[in-house]
Each structure stands twice: as structure tokens, then as C-alpha cells.
Write a protein that binds this ligand. Sequence first.
Ligand SMILES: NC(=O)C1=CN([C@@H]2O[C@H](COP(=O)(O)OP(=O)(O)OC[C@H]3O[C@@H](n4cnc5c(N)ncnc54)[C@H](OP(=O)(O)O)[C@@H]3O)[C@@H](O)[C@H]2O)C=CC1
Ligand SMILES: O=C(O)C1=N[C@H](C(=O)O)C[C@H](O)C1
Length: 266
Amino acid sequence: MGKINVVIAGPRGRMGREAVKLVQQTENYHLIAVVDHKYDGRLLSEVEGFFGLEIPIYSDIAKCFRETKADVLIDLTTPEHGMFHTKTALEYGVRPVVGTTGFSKENLLELNSICREKEIGCIIAPNFAIGAVLMMKFAQMAGKYFNDVEIIELHHDQKLDAPSGTAVKTAEMIADVRKVKKQGHPDEKEVITGARGAEYEGMHIHSVRLPGLIAHQQVMFGSEGQTLSIRHDSYNRQSFMSGVKLALDTVLKIDTLVYGLENILE
Ligand SMILES: NC(=O)C1=CN([C@@H]2O[C@H](COP(=O)(O)OP(=O)(O)OC[C@H]3O[C@@H](n4cnc5c(N)ncnc54)[C@H](OP(=O)(O)O)[C@@H]3O)[C@@H](O)[C@H]2O)C=CC1
Ligand SMILES: O=C(O)C1=N[C@H](C(=O)O)C[C@H](O)C1
């Protein structure tokens, strides 16, 4: 197979910088352009930290796809822009690998129908860390036997969305197998609003934001006389890169939307 042409949206971000390194270091992949709302028309080499990378920067993603021969888009931006980037990529026949979180159910349904109609692959992965994917799978296994669960996700304080994409996906996966139950005392009242966290089908999700953290999640189950805790910690953003690589390799071979790396992990 020849080289795969990759475009990265959000290259200056915490994840984007790691993704640039990954694509640069992977033999089959060729970084042909980046999409950034700043530095339009400049070269990546002019931006701090990208010495020697003479790669064009586009602020207009459609123009980028018209002027380059992209095969894959990696999107690591914001919920606000990620959906627009993903739809535009599909419109131009470019396969998206999306790490950006905060997409709504409606967003996913819309992308799913575009992929079906165009018979084109797209991967949306709320978490690329293999350990986090396993944590979600283990939590789903436990959710079959425990109806009471609290999800506690902990992230750095620059994160825009809450709850995290991982927490939402975990709740969805557990909900698929768990008997619906409204947890806690039927008469419980929040003395301070938000004390019990967000609610998803009767489960509660708590979002912690602190400097010093990267990305962590604990899923706690309880039943008579016992608790079970399943925890994953990402200590750096390199932890996500093997999953990005897996998604890049896979998106070229599929013709539907895949939501969650657990669906392609062998
Ligand atoms: N799936 C996974 O495994 C992971 C997913 N994430 C998700 O990835 C996303 C990025 O996270 P992170 O790297 O920490 O965030 P950052 O804020 O560090 O990076 C986002 C980057 O996107 C840029 N940006 C904003 N708007 C646009 C636009 N319209 N076009 C192009 N670039 C734009 C920002 O520029 P500027 O700062 O100048 O606005 C910034 O450089 C988040 O949604 C996060 O939740 C994060 C980690 C793992
Ligand atoms: O913003 C982050 O940092 C992360 N976002 C993803 C999420 O919302 O779940 C994945 C990981 O937790 C890091």
C-alpha cells in the first residue's frame, strides 16, 4: 500500500502535538496539511515546537480538502468545531478519526447516516487509551450484575466538556446491560445543587477538574456488603497514541461509522 495522506485538525493542542509526532514517526503515513483557526496560509514550521515541518496550515477545512489529496482527517479540536470538520471531511470523501469529545446523540446519528449513505468509514473514539477501553468493557461486564453504579471522572482543569466523553460512553455501555434503576434514597434531596452529579438512566456521573491531573476514571459498583471499583489512569498523552494508530489503520478498511474503540479492538 502507498503512503496514506493525513490531515490533522488542532495540531497545536495537547493531543494534536502528540498526533503530529505519531504521524511523522509512522512509516506509512504522510502529514500533508493541518487545520488550525490561527496561522492560516503559514507553515507549521513557523509555529513554536514544530521546527523543520514545512506543512501548510489551513483555517478553511474545505479549502484544505480541495487543494490536497487527503485520505484521513484526525480531529482533536473542540466539540464546537469537531462536528463541522467531521461532516466536511465526509463530504469530500476523507475518512475521519475523531478524538474530540462532546458530540451529542443527534450528532452521532447524523454522522452515522452520512457514512451509510456514502459508504465511507469514520471512527469516533471518546478514549484512545487501550486501558481506558478495557476499563469501559470491564465496567459493562460488571453492570450486568450490579445495578448501582457511580462514575467518577477526573481531568485537568483545561477540559471544556463535562462529563467527559469517556464517562458518557461508559454510562451508555453499562445502560445497555443494566436493569434500569433510580439510585439512592427515593426521598434524597440535594442540599447544594449538583451534589449528586449528573444523572444518566438513574446512574450518577461526577466530574472532578484539577490542575495536575491528566485523564482518570473510576467506576464504582455497590451491592449488599460489597463494592467493586474499576479504575484507569492516563499519566501522559502518549497513552492515547497506540489507539490513534489502530483507528488510522482501521478507518481505511471500513465503510460505516464506528463509535468507540472497543468495537475494533481484537
Ligand atoms: N479520544 C481521546 O482519547 C482523547 C480525546 N481528547 C479530546 O480531544 C480534544 C482536544 O483535547 P486537547 O488536545 O486536550 O485540547 P487543546 O485545547 O489542547 O487543543 C485543542 C486545539 O484545537 C484548536 N482549535 C480550536 N478551534 C479550532 C478550529 N476551528 N480549527 C482548528 N483548530 C482549532 C485549539 O487552538 P486554540 O488553543 O488556539 O483555540 C487547540 O490548539 C478535546 O475534545 C478532548 O476532550 C483529549 C484527550 C484524549
Ligand atoms: O480532554 C481530555 O483530556 C480527555 N478527553 C477524553 C474524554 O472526554 O473522555 C478522553 C480522555 O479522558 C482525555
